[in-house]
Each structure stands twice: as C-alpha cells, then as structure tokens.
Design a protein around this ligand. Structure first.
Ligand SMILES: NC(=O)c1ccc[n+]([C@@H]2O[C@H](COP(=O)([O-])OP(=O)(O)OC[C@H]3O[C@@H](n4cnc5c(N)ncnc54)[C@H](OP(=O)(O)O)[C@@H]3O)[C@@H](O)[C@H]2O)c1
Length: 357
C-alpha cells in the first residue's frame, strides 16, 4: 500500500484526489490546499465524494512532509509560478518523497527541458534518492503513448503529426486558458502570453525533439507557427463572449524541420464554438474534440482518441485522464531509480496495475 498526498484540488487535482480515495492499493494520508476556503475541509468534500475520509486539507508543506508519504501527486498550477512550483517540488523530493504530477508541462519530456528547470529538480532527486514524473493527455499521451502505438504499426514513416482539435467554448477557464491564448483579443492588442515568440516552441518543442531522438532523426530546426482567426459575428459561450473583429480561434504548431519539410509536427486547432474558423479542420461529427496522431508511411496510420463520460463534459473527462496519467504511475515511480522519469522509462503494463477493483 503506497501512502500518498494530493497537492491541490483544482480541475485536475480533484479527480486525482477522488482516484486516490477510491483505490484499494493507495492510501490517502494528506491533502494540500492553497485557497483559504479549502483549508481544514475533508478531502472527500473537496472532490465531491460523500463519505468523509478524516483527512483534512492544509497549506502547511512541512506538516505534509512530516507524514513521510511515499509519493505526492502535484497538480497545482505551475506554469504561471514556475520558481515557486520548483521550490515546492524540490522540498518534497529532497525529503525523499517521490512526486508524480501534471504541472510544469515542460517536464513531460524531461531530457529536453531547460537547465533552469531540470537542474534544481535533478539535484533534489539526488539529495532525497527520489523520483519525479510529469505527464498528462496533451502534452503527454497524445505525443508519446499514442504516437508510439501508431509508429509500432509501420515499417517506414515519412512524417508524424500530433493534433489537438478542440472546441474550448464550454471550457470555463477564461482566467488562465482564455487570457493566455488571447480569446476575445483584437488584432491591435499585445500578443497573448501563449503566442509570444518562443512560447509555443518552449511548450511543445520538447515533444518534437523527444520524438526525433526516439526515431533517430536529425532535425535542421524546430520552428513555431501561429495563426489567429477573428470573428465577424458575436460568439457567446462559457469561456467568454467574443465581439466581432476579435479572436475566436487559433491554430499553432511546433514543427520539426528536415530538408525544408516539417517531418514531426505538434499542432493545436482551438476554437470557441463551431461558428469559429469554419475553414479549419473540425473534430469528427458529434465530437467537441479529438486528439489525433497521423503517421504518413508504410502504411498510413491515424489514431483518434475521444474521451466521454456519462456526467462530466469532455473537458473534465480530459482532466480525469490527465490525473490518471500521474496516479497510474505512482507505484512504478516509487520503485524507480532516483531522478527525472520520462514516459519511455516506464514499462507500459506497469501503468495499468490496480485499475480494476
Ligand atoms: N498535460 C495535460 O494534458 C494537462 C491537462 C490539464 C492540466 N495540466 C496541467 O496541470 C496543472 C493543473 O491544471 P488545472 O487545470 O487543474 O489547474 P487549476 O485548476 O487552474 O489550478 C490547480 C490548483 O493550483 C493551485 N494553486 C494556485 N496557486 C497556487 C499557489 N501559489 N501555491 C500552491 N497551489 C496553488 C490551486 O490550489 P487550491 O485548489 O489548493 O487552492 C488550484 O486549485 C497545470 O499546471 C496544467 O498545466 C496538464
């Protein structure tokens, strides 16, 4: 039985918390909450379960470390406060506590992460003889597990494209996703955070370089592209209301180039409602989104992944899957040699243990 702490109970964290409470092979021993209104509340209440666990949320990291858990599931928003997140993760790792998580998405491909991020965490792992693993659905599954499965079916590949085509209209996250991506902005506004030069390459270039390394392909460069789409009609949706002349869709990509051609592409097409960017590709009929891998090769392979749920919407279903990518690795990561763990270090069947109970 692994003793586990859940760190944060946001969009992803409340699902990993519910998973930890449910699983018979994991024991929830602590919960971190940053928001004042969550501190002191029972873990079950924070993830919508009715039976109290007796585990109360705290913002005291030292108290959580003193519980000596085997692992912490770190799902606190990290990309907007990277130095603080590194510091929190490092304190856990240096204390000998393994960390799995979804935060700090650059760590999905740890060998390709920048030194400022990788080095302090590697140091903390060495100090505590502990391991750190970060994954999710995108980035994560769509650019690693799904691609590896598709490539296993070909004798030769000429290109790999990983796409997220998603309608974010129902996504209730204007504060972070909406503003970062610039939905509702006019062409005269300053470029939003996600599309400042270098940001797309920083967030998705690691996936491109990681796949190139696995394929033994030498790239000439990884370049980025970004194209906004401005609506001529008012669009109303959960994310926000977009007035005419403002941005309601965007497509962007990191492209691994060889001989002037993109051979490994990680692309997003994100729109607010189906009225936006009608000329761009849509998910298949009846779906709000798809995670797709296309391998051009011998033969051509297309893998489309659709999530759904009887109660949750498709965005929340994606958060459940993102949580699963971290929680399902706990046991292996607790047994791993010290250091940063990449997806390819984990034997695939190790990730499915404990799922049926
Ligand atoms: N790769 C993927 O597919 C994927 C998909 C989704 C998300 N993610 C990543 O997973 C992470 C979580 O995403 P999310 O949508 O769940 O985020 P979120 O709901 O916006 O935020 C998660 C939690 O972050 C905590 N937090 C905020 N400021 C904090 C601080 N100063 N100190 C400690 N905790 C703080 C809050 O905790 P409290 O609730 O305790 O106040 C909040 O609930 C993000 O880093 C995101 O990039 C990855």
């Amino acid at each position: 039985m692994r003793r586990v702490v859940q760190f944060s109970t946001g969009n992803v964290g409340r699902h990993s918390l519910a998973a930890l409470i449910g699983r018979p092979d994991l024991e929830l021993v602590g919960v971190h909450a940053a928001s004042a209104d969550k501190i002191g509340r029972d873990a079950a209440e924070l993830c919508g379960l009715s039976d109290p666990t007796g585990v109360l949320a705290t913002d005291d990291l030292d108290a959580l470390i003193a519980l000596k858990p085997d692992c912490v599931v770190y799902t606190a928003l990290g990309e907007t406060r990277p130095m603080e997140a590194i510091e929190q993760m490092s304190r856990l790792l240096a204390a000998g506590i393994n960390v799995v998580g979804t935060s700090m998405v650059w760590l999905v491909t740890p060998r390709h992460a920048d030194g400022w991020l990788r080095e302090p965490l590697e140091q903390a792992c060495a100090t505590g003889n502990s391991s750190l693993y970060v994954n999710g659905i995108d980035p994560g599954y769509s650019g690693d597990t799904a691609v590896h499965a598709a490539l296993s079916l070909v004798t030769r590949a000429s290109s790999v494209t990983v796409q997220e085509i998603f309608d974010y209209g129902n996504y209730d996250d204007y504060e972070y996703t909406g503003t970062a991506m610039g939905f509702g902005n006019s062409p005269q506004d300053e470029l939003p955070m996600a599309f400042q030069p270098g940001v797309v390459a920083s967030l998705f270039g690691g996936l491109v370089r990681s796949l190139a390394a696995h394929l033994d392909v030498e790239l000439d460069e990884v370049r980025e592209r970004c194209e906004p789409w401005y609506t001529d009609q008012r669009i109303e949706c959960t994310m926000t209301t977009v007035e005419p002349g403002r941005m309601a869709a965007v497509r962007f990509a990191a492209e691994g180039m060889r001989g002037g051609e993109p051979v490994i592409t990680v692309e997003h097409i994100n729109r607010l409602t189906s009225a936006a960017a009608p000329q761009w590709e849509f998910p298949p009929e009846g779906h709000l989104g798809v995670h797709k891998v296309i391998v051009e090769g011998e033969p051509r392979v297309e893998v489309s992944t659709h999530l759904s749920h009887p109660v949750l919407d498709v965005t929340d279903a994606g958060c459940v899957s993102t949580a699963a990518r971290a929680v399902n690795a706990i046991d292996w990561v607790c047994r791993a040699p010290a250091g940063l763990v990449a997806l390819e270090n984990i034997p695939p069947t190790e990730m499915i243990r404990g799922l049926m109970w």
